[in-house]
Unconditional design. Structure first.
Lengths: 255, 677
């Protein structure tokens, strides 16, 4: 059971400790460690501009000292085909060089009349390692010890394994590389770039080297509110616009 | 205070010895070796050698070229550079002075430091009596077992099953005085072989004894009992561990002493008898003779009424009636010698080996087997030479077999610049050339039927970056097993290593291989080129004094055109806990693997008990875990325990034939005890 992914825009920056928004933590819980204040965000994506193919997300990060709790919900589709995802995550910093995260996920897929409804619970473990002052790596694995999403001997959720680097040469710039492998699928290689031309504006770009899909986004920050507009282009499937609104509990720099 | 420092140093040393860590480049070479050959790597002589050097470090002011070669870390250029530097500037005062040796960089020193010292002075003139008295004894006991019984242990309808228990047992008693004298006895029983019963009434299935002496007057080395013989570049004889192409691109030259002691658990690749190397000034003379009974596939000969053999059985398994029928089926008398002249930069030698067998070899009627060895005798001769001139080291071996077929291998190691080294190796081995124990730097397992050129380049643009590249292009003028036409292939690799500090190493590599093989569509008279691509990303980071994390991701794509392409994927995370002042060390791994076919199987080096390692080839889909714990009970007693599990998805059995295990889990343990006295 897996939901078709049109854009990878929401993964930007996760590997290097510079997530674009709290929504991104849905797939990379270890990036929760980058949040110092309570942060909440909502996002909407119109996949390929199809009327019945929208995706809506809500994310929340609650940091407490070296710990951070994360919660997010995603709903996508329509009455004909829909998917719901709930993520509950906990991340902890173990010194300057290492951080770990554990996430529990609930996934439900509904295709009335044909497939019916199926749901799965699975876990995800993540680790972030500071390699040098500017270079960080992170990895995530699904169901490290036992495949939780198994029903009557059949796997109902295919796991994914990702690793990547984030390189931050300055406060203004970040470049990332992510390699992601979903079970029984070809691996994906994604590169992304973040750049802050001025303190209130951030630009991000992303390219999936395996299927050629690309994306670009602009994000404005005014006090503790950040608003972003992004567009993803898939060579065969077309355009997917995304909008994100993020709120941080007090004045702070972008993570 | 000094006592405390000494005590701490001693404890750190003990822990290093106790938790043997093989350098990353060696792990990569072993992985490549495992990928090439399904045979188990049982020769642990080099691991013992490393452990010996970590306990009794080499004094860099006394070590000669042979001592340094035994380390297996330096290439010939680095070695010559060191010797010239020492000759020119005299003795070293500190190990850190080694940084000034031309061609030696920080990465090399990190590999060497655990094995070198400048303080201990060991006289090579110690008498035999004191060598026999002042050394250390070591007793090693090892047991391992698959916890799930395979089909071979379950009696079939005729009541046939393996004749022994499922435990693999190994013991080794070894006495060692530095690197100057050693003797030992070892015994091994594989899983399924009987113990003190049936065909093994004397207990173990395989026993080995060796006595080895170095540097005693004119005797450079003397071996009695079991030993290995390694000559030239391996065109006629090489029995010790030797690597082929790997990311260590400068390591294309074979280098070893001619005679080496043997006390590993492997039952095939060694000799039993006596060997000696005598040394007088610039000359050294080696002679050896061995008599062994070997396992071989023996068949009745309808013409002569006797028997003939067509191949050796190298596995060492004696579990079934069939395996026992071929046990010691062939008697082999092996003898030969070497004469070497060495004058500083120049070295040359002549080598000869000859075999007498009790039964004749007979080749099969297959076309690819046309040039196989036949008859009861075999011999090979060769001449090898090497010369170092400034920053260039040249080496070559020219060989001939009993039928006068020729083989030639020649190469160069060149230090182009402080930042770049180049290696070149060319070989031209005729289709008819054959050896019994050859193992040269070739694509094939044996040096035969191959022409090719290899180029390797190491480039260090900055101290923290290294780029290794190799390209090997080769052809096989005659047919090969499952290749019914002359064929060709190529192998390309690029590896980029980033070492920002001594705690972190990151490398990414891409390898492309292409070889020809028979078409799978029933057309056996034409071949197709089959490419294989590998991509790997590996990160190792020491996050504290005690803890290291490693992570690797690898993707393999194997594409046999006209048939299904195969993909392999591997992802693992390692956690190593090695506190410097505690008698405990722990390693554990979590691994996911996914491979759609045997040709895209994935391989990764795994830590194991001391003197051992594992590199399982994994195909199918599943997860693998292992935990390895080592504990030092007191200064003289250590133990190790390793538990490994592989859980496959979507299968109801694992393995084939007698190795078949019902269910989707494979679970095995290794337990080892070591006593020093």
């Amino acid at each position: 059971m897996s939901w078709p992914q049109a854009s990878r825009l929401l993964n930007a920056g996760d590997m290097g400790g510079r997530p674009l928004t709290i929504i991104t933590t849905a797939n990379q819980p270890v990036s929760l460690l980058n949040y110092r204040v309570i942060t909440a965000a909502v996002a909407g994506e119109k996949k390929f501009l199809l009327p019945s193919y929208g995706q809506y997300s809500l994310g929340l990060a609650i940091p407490e000292g070296k710990n951070c709790f994360g919660f997010s919900v995603e709903y996508g589709g329509s009455s004909l085909l829909s998917q719901t995802l709930v993520h509950l995550a906990y991340a902890r910093s173990l010194g300057e060089k290492l951080g770990l995260a554990l996430q529990f996920n609930y996934q439900s897929l509904s295709l009335p009349g044909i497939y019916g409804k199926a749901s799965a619970i699975y876990a995800r473990l993540g680790g972030a390692i500071q390699l040098t002052q500017q270079l960080k790596m992170a990895f995530h694995i699904t169901d490290p010890f036992k495949n939780l999403a198994v029903k009557n001997g059949e796997t109902i959720h295919s796991g994914d394994y990702s690793a990547g680097f984030g390189y931050q040469p300055s406060e203004k710039m970040y470049a990332g590389l992510l390699v992601k492998k979903q079970e029984l699928q070809d691996p994906q290689v994604i590169v992304d770039l973040l750049y802050d031309p001025v303190s209130s504006l951030r630009v991000n770009g992303q390219l999936d080297l395996t299927n050629g899909s690309a994306g670009i986004g602009l994000h404005w920050k005014q006090k503790n509110i950040q608003f972003g507009l992004m567009v993803a282009i898939h060579p065969q499937l077309g355009i997917s616009p995304v909008s994100i609104l993020q709120f941080q509990s007090m004045k702070n720099k972008l993570p | 205070m000094r006592k405390i420092i000494l005590l701490v140093s001693a404890m750190i040393l003990r822990v290093e010895v106790f938790a043997q860590e093989i350098p990353v480049n060696l792990q990569q070479q072993l992985e490549d070796q495992a990928e090439r050959s399904a045979e188990r790597l049982e020769d642990d002589a080099w691991l013992q050698q490393m452990e010996t050097f970590s306990r009794h470090k080499l004094n860099i002011n006394r070590a000669d070229a042979d001592d340094l070669r035994r380390l297996g870390i330096l290439n010939e250029l680095q070695l010559r550079s060191f010797l010239s530097y020492r000759k020119l500037l005299g003795e070293f005062i500190s190990l850190y002075e080694l940084q000034a040796v031309p061609g030696w960089d920080a990465a090399l020193l990190r590999k060497l430091f655990p094995f070198l010292t400048v303080t201990t002075v060991i006289s090579n003139r110690e008498q035999l009596f004191s060598r026999l008295r002042k050394g250390d004894h070591q007793l090693l006991l090892r047991s391992s077992m698959d916890l799930k019984r395979s089909k071979g242990f379950i009696p079939d309808s005729a009541g046939r099953a393996y004749s022994g228990s499922p435990q693999h047992l190994f013991f080794r008693l070894r006495y060692q005085y530095n690197d100057l004298l050693q003797w030992g006895i070892s015994g091994e029983k594989d899983a399924g072989e009987p113990f003190f019963k049936k065909s093994n009434r004397l207990g173990f299935d395989h026993y080995s004894f060796h006595f080895f002496l170095r540097k005693m007057g004119v005797i450079r080395s003397l071996a009695l009992g079991d030993f290995t013989v390694n000559m030239g570049q391996g065109l006629i004889q090489w029995q010790s561990m030797a690597f082929k192409r790997s990311a260590d691109v400068m390591n294309c030259k074979r280098q070893s002493e001619i005679i080496r002691p043997y006390n590993s658990s492997g039952e095939f690749y060694f000799n039993r008898g006596a060997a000696v190397t005598l040394n007088r000034r610039k000359w050294s003379l080696t002679g050896f003779a061995s008599f062994r009974k070997l396992d071989a596939n023996r068949y009745p000969d309808s013409l002569s009424g006797g028997y003939f053999v067509n191949s050796f059985q190298t596995s060492g398994y004696h579990r079934t009636d069939t395996e026992n029928e071929n046990r010691k089926a062939l008697q082999q008398f092996f003898y030969g010698g070497n004469l070497t002249y060495e004058n500083g930069a120049w070295r040359s030698g002549v080598n000869a080996v000859a075999y007498l067998f009790s039964l004749p070899f007979k080749r099969s009627g297959d076309a690819y087997d046309r040039f196989a060895i036949e008859g009861k005798t075999w011999s090979n001769f060769s001449m090898d030479m090497a010369y170092t001139w400034k920053n260039l080291h040249w080496f070559a071996e020219m060989a001939m077999d009993a039928r006068l077929n020729r083989a030639l291998l020649s190469g160069c190691l060149i230090s182009l610049d402080r930042k770049a080294d180049l290696s070149v190796l060319w070989r031209n081995i005729s289709a008819g050339y054959q050896t019994i124990n050859g193992n040269a730097f070739t694509e094939s397992g044996f040096p035969t039927n191959e022409k090719g050129i290899y180029l390797g380049l190491t480039f260090r643009p900055r101290t923290d970056w290294r780029i290794d590249v190799y390209a090997d292009v080769y052809s096989f003028p005659w047919l090969r097993y499952r290749v019914n036409a002359p064929s060709y292939g190529r192998d390309l690799l690029i590896q980029v290593v980033y070492t920002p500090d001594k705690l972190t190493e990151i490398y990414g590599r891409s390898r492309f291989r292409q070889k020809q093989m028979n078409r799978g569509d029933g057309n056996y008279y034409s071949t197709l080129s089959v490419p294989q691509q590998n991509f790997r990303l590996h990160i190792s980071r020491k996050i504290s004094n005690d803890i290291t994390i490693r992570q690797r991701m690898e993707y393999v794509h194997y594409d046999k055109k006209g048939s299904d392409a195969q993909q392999g994927f591997l992802f693992f995370v390692d956690l190593l806990y090695r506190p410097s002042l505690k008698p405990l060390n722990l390693s554990c791994r979590w691994q996911y693997f996914e491979s759609t076919g045997y040709d895209a199987a994935v391989y990764a080096y795994e830590n194991d008990v001391l003197y051992s390692f594992s590199i399982p080839g994994l195909s199918g889909k599943g997860k693998r875990y292992y935990v390895l714990a080592g504990y030092e009970l007191d200064r003289k007693t250590s133990c190790w325990f390793r538990l490994a599990a592989t859980v496959y998805e979507g299968v109801d059995h694992i393995g084939d034939s007698n190795d078949r295990i019902m269910g989707n889990k494979r679970l095995d343990y290794h337990f080892q005890l070591r006593f020093l006295f």
